[in-house]
Design a protein around this ligand. Structure first.
Ligand SMILES: [Fe+2]
Length: 582
């Protein structure tokens, strides 16, 4: 950090910066100086997955966590002022209609193609005059309704916010920062560098050339929900027979020259062509082609970018980097030395990205203390009060370290358990604080879990958590940076296919969480499993009811226990048994 920036930073000690995001997967994040103090998404409060709209619950929770009043916050950052986002803000009903349509909560519209054309026409427009002022006024008005006063509003461009999440939380030295998503503020990607304290953008990818929109369209065409089920398309691709790239019917949809990515068709034409191609083949084959094209483009783009800028430390964000299989291929590139994907890579991370960028502009800071455990937490007393109010449950207090051993014992003996401890995770994955745990070696428990709790599609794999120390024994692992956040797939070593039976994909890959000392209690649990089995490895899936967001509070957790008939839960030092559990 420059000395002038350090001076300014001192003047601004105890400075809070709040970030808000009111689009797809709305949320809030609060920074205190160079630390991420709190971050959560609105869906956890409203119980509607990927909630949209002003995140008033998440903002209130952030302030409550910090123990500050709205008037204590002098800096608020927000993002994205493109035409459609601005219209969503100010036209009543538009946002909700789109939310319900996209999530397929309403009947199929009669003029589906017309709606798609309209969407792709409008979203391609970007920022037009007046949008910045209207969007800023709308955000400010919502803040004032919550009691905010006398604050400065910082507007951050969409891909700058994505880039900030990757750049300022990766902890690398020099960084090459690449963002790729559907679109935002008229762009679908960007390439920047972070060197000598400056985040500098070198090039952009237009909305028209969006790999994210391409994959979103494929997701829609195979009968799934765009912006939600892209991971299922990726998983389904594994069930196609493999074929070489030359016979991929989608291969000419994109081309790459150097670091310039371009789509052969505009979004509307692309959608029509994809639809007619999909008609002619099984959907897993269509998914395979889309996945293969995405992998190919991503690998080449990143390879060319690392060559061009001569930086091997990479940091990625944007929804396209949720594709863990493509990430696996990218990570294998020889010229990548350090590798990082921001864990909340989709638009759910935009609130934090906005706050990080605004704070960086105010103070010069480029390294923010960050981990995944940034949400709400509950004391033992609060938890006990909720549990004892319901006679369906019996419980006992148990020291948390004993709970770790107890849960490990149950998992090792073949049960699945609910594991709820400490602060809620930020991002799409449960990482050992709101998790359902099961043995990694048991096919039967996996099937039981699927039948009663998760209700996943048959081709969706489960993922493992493992002690970082055991990662090299289980996976074909490298030294490019431990993956704390389940952002990449690795191949499982052949001798471990049995021990990892319930968490290994059909192609023998897995998407692991590698646990170090960032979550000591969870590491204790894995160590206790290792003492019994010789391997610190469990199946870890998110603690939620099918179709709902991950649970937030003890009341949510009990509700899921009841509706799934689950017997055992370890929650904040309280060990709960469901009388009606099986
Ligand atoms: Fe985005």
């Amino acid at each position: 950090m420059h000395s002038s920036a350090i001076l300014l930073f001192r003047v601004l000690q105890d400075m809070y910066v709040l970030g808000v995001w009111d689009g797809h997967d709305a949320g809030a994040a609060l920074l205190e100086d160079s630390r991420v103090l709190y971050a959560a998404n609105e869906e956890r409060f409203t119980k509607r997955k990927l909630e949209m709209g002003f995140p008033s619950h998440a903002v209130a929770a952030a302030l409550a966590f910090a123990g500050v009043k709205p008037t204590d916050i002098k800096h608020v950052a927000f993002s994205t002022t493109e035409l459609t986002k601005t219209l969503e803000r100010v036209v009543p009903g538009m946002r909700e209609r789109y939310y319900l349509l996209r999530r397929r909560k309403v009947p199929r519209p009669r003029f589906e193609d017309f709606w798609h054309d309209l969407k792709y026409t409008l979203t391609g427009v970007g920022i037009v005059p007046g949008c910045n002022a209207v969007s800023s006024a709308w955000i400010a008005r919502n803040l004032r309704h919550m009691g905010f006063a006398d604050f400065k509003l910082h507007r951050v461009e969409h891909h700058t916010a994505h880039a900030a999440t990757a750049a300022f939380t990766s902890g690398h030295g020099k960084r090459l920062v690449i963002t790729l998503d559907g679109l935002g503020d008229g762009l679908s990607g960007s390439i920047s560098t972070l060197e000598n304290g400056a985040l500098e953008r070198h090039m952009v990818i237009r909305a028209r050339d969006s790999l994210g929109i391409f994959f979103e369209q494929v997701t829609n065409i195979v009968g799934m929900r765009e912006l939600e089920d892209e991971g299922k398309v990726m998983a389904m691709a594994d069930y196609s027979y493999p074929f070489d790239y030359e016979s991929n019917k989608l291969k000419d949809f994109f081309k790459l020259e150097g670091t310039v990515l371009s789509a052969a068709y505009g979004a509307r034409k692309q959608y029509r062509l994809l639809k007619s191609l999909a008609w002619q083949m099984p959907r897993e084959q269509f998914a395979y082609m889309a996945q293969q094209l995405t992998e190919n483009m991503l690998v080449k783009l990143v390879s060319n970018a690392t060559d061009r800028f001569g930086i091997g430390e990479v940091a990625f964000a944007g929804g396209v980097f949720a594709n863990v299989k493509a990430n696996m291929k990218v990570r294998r590139l020889e010229n990548i030395k350090r590798w990082y994907v921001f864990p909340h890579m989709g638009d759910g991370g935009i609130a934090l990205g906005s706050a990080l960028y605004a704070s960086h502009r105010l103070t010069g800071e480029t390294d923010f203390a960050f981990n995944a455990y940034l949400g709400d937490e509950y004391t033992e007393e609060q938890t006990e009060n909720v549990v004892k109010a319901d006679r369906q449950f019996t419980y006992e207090r148990e020291d948390r370290n004993d709970q770790a051993k107890h849960a490990a014992e149950m998992v090792e003996q073949g049960s699945y358990v609910f594991w709820f401890q400490g602060r809620m995770e930020y991002g799409p994955r449960a990482l050992g604080d709101r998790s359902i745990l099961a043995p990694a070696s048991s096919e039967q428990v996996k099937d039981k879990l699927n039948m009663y709790v998760k209700k996943r599609e048959w081709f969706q794999p489960f993922a493992p958590s493992m002690l970082e120390a055991d990662a090299g024994r289980i996976l074909e692992y490298d030294d490019k940076g431990a993956d704390r956040f389940m952002t990449m797939a690795y191949m499982v070593r052949p001798e471990m296919h049995g021990a990892a039976r319930s968490v290994v994909n059909v192609d023998h890959s897995a998407r692991p969480q590698m646990v170090g000392n960032e979550n000591p209690l969870y590491a204790d649990l894995l160590s206790a499993v290792a003492e019994r089995t010789g391997l610190g490895l469990v199946l870890n899936t998110s603690f939620n009811l099918h179709g709902y967001p991950i649970v937030m509070d003890p009341a949510d957790a009990l509700k899921v226990m009841k509706s799934t008939g689950t017997k055992h839960m370890f929650i904040n030092g309280i060990t709960v048994t469901n009388r009606k559990g099986v």
